[in-house]
Structures are given as C-alpha cells and as structure tokens.
Design a protein around this ligand. Structure first.
Ligand code: NDP
Ligand code: HSE
Length: 440
C-alpha cells in the first residue's frame, strides 16, 4: 500500500518530537498502521530553515510558506504544530476544505474555534484529531471518547498544565524562585509561546474546555470557564496548606450538577494522601469519575517533545487506519454524534460548590475570632479546621487560617467582604478552593 503522506506545519518542540518518533519507530508504526507514515513536507519560518534541514537530515521538502503544505497534492494529512490562532485557524480550515485530514496539538485554537472547525470537518467528511492538545502524552482524549464511552461522566479533575506544575514543584522541593522555575520550564520546551497562558491558568482552561465538551456532549465554551492561575500563590499558603495535610495544585475541574456544569481552573488544596496530590514536575494527571467505572486516574508527561509527539503519532496512525472508513462510521470528533450535542448551562463561578481555605491577618485581641466565626455561621458556612499562629515578637497581628466545609461560592464572597470590613482584620482575605477528590 502507498505510504500516507503527512505535511507538518511547524517543526519546533512538538513537530521535532513527532518527526523523531516517526523516524525512529518507522517500522513498528507501519506494522501497526498498515501503511508507512511518511513526512513529505514541512513548513518552518525563515530563521528555522537551517535547523529544520539538520533535524530532518534533508529528507523532507521544506518551505517557509505554510500554504504550500496545505495545498500540496503530495500531502494527505496536515499536522498543525505551529500554535497560535492566526494563521493556524485559516490553514486548518483550508486543509479541511481541500479534503485533507488534520492533526493538531493546538488547544487554544480548538477551545476558541473548535465548534467551527469540527462543523467544517464533519461537512467535508474529514477527521480532525487532537490527542496532543490535552495533557501531552496521556491518551486522555481517546480514553474519554472511547474507553469510557459506556459511562455518564460525573466529573473530571486534572493537573493539566505541565509548566505550572513544574513551577510549583520546583518552588516547593528545591526552593527555586517562581521566575527561575519558569525559565527552566521554558528551556525544557514545556511553556507556551506566551507563558502567561501557563501561569494564569488559560492553557489549562483551554484543555478543560475540550474535555468538558467530550465528557458532557456540549459545545466548546471557553469564554464561560473561570480561570485563576498560580502567580498570586504565596509560599506561606503552600506551607500552611501542608500543616493541614494538603498540597496546592493548579487543577482544572468540570462537574455536572443538577443546576448546570462547573468549568473552572484555579489553585486547589488537595489532601496529600491522594495520588494526584503527589503528581510532580511536568507530569500531568487526570481523574475521571464515571457512573459505571467509578474514579479512574490517568498519569503521564504533560508536555515536552516526544511525550507530545507520541500523541500526535497516535492520531496519525488512527487517521491512517480510518481514512478509508465511511465518515458516518468513524468515532465522532467530540464523542457524541454532532446532532446530539446539548447546550447545557455552564455555571458562573459564584454558583459553584466547594470547600475553602481562608487566610486572614487579624489583630491579636479578644473577640476577633468570635466575630469571624459569627459571620461564617450567619451565612450557613461551617468550619472544618482552624489554625492561629502566635504573633511574632513586636507584631500585633497574627495569621488565622480556616478550612470550611462545602458551600456555594456566593456565600463565601459575602463572608469575605464582611470579614474584610472588620476593624480587627488587616488587609485582604486569601481564598483558595479545596477539593477532597476521593477516593483515589
Ligand atoms: P514551538 O515554538 O517550539 O514550535 C512551533 C513551530 O512552528 C516553530 O518552529 C515556529 O517557527 C513554527 N511556526 C510558527 N508560526 C509559523 C508560521 N506562520 N509559518 C511557519 N512556521 C511557523 O512550539 P511547540 O512545538 O512547543 O508548540 C506547538 C503547538 O503544540 C502549540 O499549539 C502548543 O500549544 C502545542 N503543544 C505544545 C506542547 C509542548 O510541550 N511544547 C505540548 C502540547 C501541545 P519559529 O520557531 O521560527 O517561531
Ligand atoms: N504549555 C503546556 C504545558 C504544554 O505546560 O502543559 C502542554 O500542553
């Protein structure tokens, strides 16, 4: 059988990893796919031409014009591994219009424009595969779309950004500063072109948006995701959390509730005995709760050249196997048949339900704690644990930390506003959400 011909848009970290795997494992991949998968062409920028020539040992036709890859009659599958929205979106839509299958690692593109892209692909009868877009090397898309297809998914919670997990782990275990840890993550090829996507939770929200669509059969709704990153986390909160027996991780959480769907990314306290609390460095982990299977945990490298390349190649093999199948008999892009998607409500963050870590600076005088606990009690918020530090020498104020039981976020917003208005409280109250995430 003739080889299937791939055109790469981008030969950077992921493109390079993909190419290296296809070269090294060429024979085994062909035995699995039933045909050879051959990189026919790659588009790179001017400045990259020489490096790209070395990477591919002159075996791949190189161009600085990505249109040439998309329009080439010698390309059957376009792998968009360049990132960003423009011109990636136009190139993907153009490839689809030309009847080419697409593989992409671009979660930003799918979270923002996936509805349009999948519609175009469905109408043209081509596949758009995106395993590499979520959790790097973990086959979580295939798991959600196929392996867990029997289940009504109840919730997903995951560490889905390698860079921020690498930063948090490096700060905690090696005492590295935030900016130093970020630099390391960038030099290892983990970070996005704009690293604020990583540290402000935006990249995780892109990935969560994609998983929620597949899990619940809803359209991509990135604009409704609540997003909070790790840049405001302090070393003292990390230390206090540990005194209570918790670790702080940046989690993406999506949950089906009777009132709508929660879709949120934020730093989260997790009991340290949970496996996911011990997922460190660039590793990612995704917990999925299905009604039939129970809670499952999926773990692996969340970023990097070959882990991500592993997912890209898996998609190339899938497409190679399925290319001749009737489009109506393929696995739907978003797990549910396109006419069976529901536009369920995504809840505003004020409506989510979770537990909270609250830290406040209080003047060390009688009645202060009583005032705070009264405010919480009046709003129906019960306290699970409390810690008050001795004041340092010459210091009148003490740190008070409280863990609450589960409540609606709106109630906590009100409580925080009232606590901050007390004369006996100095400065803002720090709030970090807490999830028990049992039983794994
Ligand atoms: P890189 O910056 O390493 O690679 C992107 C490549 O595309 C570069 O070679 C870049 O050239 C090239 N490129 C960008 N724009 C153009 C253009 N207009 N014309 C031709 N070439 C272009 O990024 P990554 O490989 O890290 O990321 C690629 C995609 O994969 C992104 O969507 C990212 O979010 C996603 N991803 C990345 C992961 C990772 O671990 N790095 C993991 C999972 C997904 P130049 O270098 O000159 O800018
Ligand atoms: N910047 C991303 C991360 C790449 O650090 O997780 C993988 O999607």
């Amino acid at each position: 059988m003739k080889p299937i011909r791939v055109g790469l848009l981008g030969l950077g970290v992921v493109g390079g990893g993909t190419y290296a795997i296809l070269e090294r494992n060429r024979e085994e991949i062909s035995r699995r796919a039933g045909r050879e998968i051959h990189v026919a062409m790659a588009a790179v920028r001017d400045v990259d031409l020489e490096r790209a020539r070395e990477k591919t040992a002159g075996r791949v036709a190189l161009t600085t014009d990505p249109q040439q890859v998309v329009n080439s009659p010698d390309v059957d599958i376009v792998a968009e591994l360049m990132g960003g929205i423009h011109p990636a979106k136009e190139l993907v839509l153009q490839a689809i219009a030309r009847g080419k299958h697409v593989v992409t690692a671009n979660k930003a593109l799918l979270a923002l424009h996936g509805n349009e892209i999948f519609k175009a692909a469905h109408e043209r009868g081509v596949m758009v595969a995106f395993e590499a877009a979520v959790a790097g090397g973990i086959p979580i898309i295939k798991t959600l779309r196929e392996g867990l297809t029997a289940n009504r998914i109840e919730w997903i919670a995951g560490i889905i950004n390698g860079t921020s997990n690498y930063i948090l782990t490096s700060m905690r275990d090696r005492g590295v500063s935030f900016s130093e840890a970020l630099k390391e993550a960038q030099s290892l090829g983990y970070a996005e072109a704009d690293p604020t996507f990583d540290i402000e939770g935006i990249d995780a929200a892109h990935k969560l948006t994609i998983m929620a669509a597949i899990a619940f059969g809803i359209p991509m709704q990135f604009e409704r995701a609540y997003t909070e990153g790790i840049s405001t986390l302090t070393a003292e909160d990390i230390r206090y959390a540990e005194e209570f027996g918790y670790r702080i991780k940046l989690l993406g959480i999506t949950r089906r509730t009777a009132r709508g769907i929660e879709l949120r990314v934020h730093p989260t306290l997790i009991p340290e005995r949970r496996l996911i609390a011990n997922v460190d460095g660039v590793m990612n982990a995704v917990l999925v709760k299905g009604d039939a299977v129970g809670t499952t945990l999926h773990y692996g490298a969340g970023a990097g050249a070959e882990p991500t390349g592993s997912s890209v190649v898996a998609d190339l093999v899938d497409i190679t196997r399925m290319a001749t199948a009737d489009p109506g008999n393929r696995v739907p892009h978003l797990a549910f048949q396109p006419d069976q998607m529901h536009d369920d409500v995504v809840l505003p963050v004020a409506e989510i339900e979770t537990s909270y870590y609250l830290r406040m600076r209080a003047f060390d005088r009688p009645g202060v704690l009583a005032d705070v606990t009264r405010i919480l009690a009046d709003l129906g918020i019960s306290i699970e644990a409390m810690l008050q530090r001795e004041p340092a020498a010459g210091e009148e104020r003490v740190d008070v930390i409280m863990l609450t039981h589960q409540t609606v976020e709106r109630q906590i917003d009100q409580a925080i506003a009232k606590i901050e208005a007390l004369d006996s409280i100095s400065g803002p109250v720090t709030r970090i959400r807490l999830e028990p995430l049992g039983p794994v």
